[in-house]
Design a binder for this molecule. Structure first.
Ligand code: FO1
Length: 317
């Protein structure tokens, strides 16, 4: 199947899983990723880009699947030594992972933009697809909680998503512009489909939509955009999506997801368990489609990717 070029908007683990499936279905030059950087932060003086790194490790076959983040075959000597010295060990950087952040620090200090540093890292990992950060300037997801305002990783890792959330902001998004690489990807005449991967709508996709240029490019798309619903049976496959939907008083249904992406998607893939919700999705003006969306094996990931590509092609027909 050759549907032209595909732009996949992605966040953490769920996005990386579908990303791997898409990478098995498309030639490398036909697949570009636009990756959330709202989770990024500086830790111990190092620039950490968790979602870029999860995708990079996944595409390179180096991801620690059991852990859901970080690198396979990891050792923790530096972290344990740091802990013994009284250093900040709440955010766990493995020895091998640490080398990636050190290299990113080196590249940025040499004047590279995050997009260029990411391209250099992808090349070193022999990942042939383009991995484009959503922005070269910092955008930082901030969470207003019952404990006050928390930076994203403080909320997610240090507090384990426990505090109730009343608002989420994406600091820096309003001033962020599209990188030339991202602008070119949207303007590419060979582009045929945009995919919103099954990532957390508030934490992974909303930061992208908060960037005015990205929002405008998506709203003005000339090709179909298809999202994969991150809920299965009203629950999130992983992470705090369902908890956040409750705290932000959003109904936990595929139709609520379709409304949240209003104007940015044409189709929504729902899990087969949620088939009964298809009509409610259609009533929002979004075309529903049903498929198994749980991605446990590589075969599941490829099957969902193939399904999504077929659905996208049918929408543009
Ligand atoms: N997630 C954790 O739950 N605990 C950690 O200590 C942790 C360390 C870490 C280091 C590098 C990296 O790239 C990601 C890391 N993550 C960790 C995952 C990450 O914080 C989140 O999963 C994402 O930001 C959410 O998409």
């Amino acid at each position: 199947m050759s549907p032209g070029k595909v732009l996949a908007l992605t966040g953490g683990v769920g996005g990386a899983k579908l990303g791997l499936g898409l990478a098995h279905c498309l030639p490398p030059e036909a697949l570009t990723f636009v990756v959330n950087t709202g989770d990024d932060f500086e830790h111990l003086g190092l620039p950490i880009s968790p979602d870029l790194d999860t995708l990079l490790y996944t595409l390179a076959g180096e991801a620690n699947a059991a852990q859901g983040w970080g690198r396979e075959g990891e050792s923790w000597t530096t972290l344990e030594t740091l802990r013994a010295l009284g250093g900040a060990a709440w955010f766990q950087l493995g020895d091998r992972d640490l080398a990636l952040h050190l290299r990113r620090r080196e590249l940025l200090d040499q004047g590279a933009r995050l997009t260029e540093a990411t391209a250099a890292l992808a090349k070193a990992f022999r990942v042939p697809q383009a991995l484009l950060p959503m922005s070269d300037s910092p955008v930082r997801t901030q969470v207003t909680t019952e404990q006050g305002l928390l930076a994203f990783q403080e909320y997610f890792v240090r507090e384990r998503c426990a505090p109730a959330v009343s608002a989420i902001a994406y600091a820096g998004a309003e001033d962020a512009s599209l990188s030339p690489e991202l602008a070119a990807a949207f303007a590419d005449p060979a582009l045929s489909l945009i995919v919103l991967c099954p990532s957390n709508p508030f934490l992974s996709v909303a930061p992208l939509l908060a960037i005015p240029g990205l929002r405008a490019a998506l709203a003005a798309r000339r090709v179909p955009a298809v999202a994969i619903c991150p809920l299965v049976g009203g629950a999130a496959v992983k992470g705090p999506t369902a908890k956040l939907m409750d705290e932000l008083a959003m109904e936990r249904t595929p139709a609520a997801i379709a409304r949240y992406y209003d104007g940015f998607i044409d189709g929504l893939v729902l899990d087969q368990q949620d088939e009964a919700h298809a009509e409610a999705v259609r009533e929002t003006g979004v075309t529903p489609d049903v498929a198994p969306t749980l991605m446990l094996s590589l075969e599941d990931k490829i099957a969902l990717a193939e399904h999504t590509l077929r659905f996208g092609a049918a929408l543009s027909a």
